[in-house]
Design a protein around this ligand. Structure first.
Ligand code: FE2
Ligand code: FE2
Length: 176
């Protein structure tokens, strides 16, 4: 069944929002690299890669449902971050906004009785729980660390271990 116009519009907006997220985290990653916080830079770079896969999951869905994917301009992002605590607090705030956007598309899918979209969106509902938990945990740790250079160094080391995994693709790497 061809995708309904209301959902198509909402998903197109979400493709843009996911690419904006990637852009936001890439900017933060660059700033962390400049600050010599390589672990945080790594975490944010991986996060940017994840956001790209979210955009592509929505993109594939629109086309699979014989919809029309449009590519409007992506808004520029803040780049004058002063400290990691500011970045991760903003990341958590941003993820809460994204959750609200996903919930809004889900509301449309339910009211339009579009079960296929609702099923696809369920993945994002679950994903957002993790996204909020991860960004909030790091933001809270940074608040606890405060001015401690040792604490910052240890957290940076911890965040250096994050590796990119495309969780939008089934295991084995085949195209979804
Ligand atoms: Fe996302
Ligand atoms: Fe996200």
């Amino acid at each position: 069944m061809k995708i309904n116009k209301k959902i198509e519009d909402a998903i197109n907006k979400q493709i843009n929002a996911e690419l904006y997220s990637a852009y936001l985290y890439l900017g933060m990653s660059a700033r962390c690299t400049e600050m010599n916080l390589k672990g945080m830079a790594n975490w944010l770079y991986v996060q940017a890669q994840e956001e790209m896969t979210h955009a592509m999951k929505f993109y594939r869905f629109v086309l699979e449902r014989s919809g029309h994917a449009v590519m409007p301009a992506i808004e520029g992002v803040k780049s004058d971050w002063k400290a990691p605590v500011e970045m991760f607090a903003a990341a958590y705030e941003h993820e809460q906004k994204v959750t609200a956007m996903i919930n809004n598309i889900m509301d449309i899918a339910i009211s339009e009785r579009d079960h296929a979209s609702a099923s696809m969106l369920n993945w994002f509902v679950d994903e957002q729980v993790e996204e909020e938990a991860n960004s909030s945990e790091i933001a809270e740790k940074l608040k606890l660390i405060g001015e401690s250079k040792e604490g910052l160094f240890m957290l940076d080391k911890e965040l250096s271990t994050r590796v990119f995994v495309d969780s939008t693709q089934p295991a084995g790497g085949a195209q979804a």
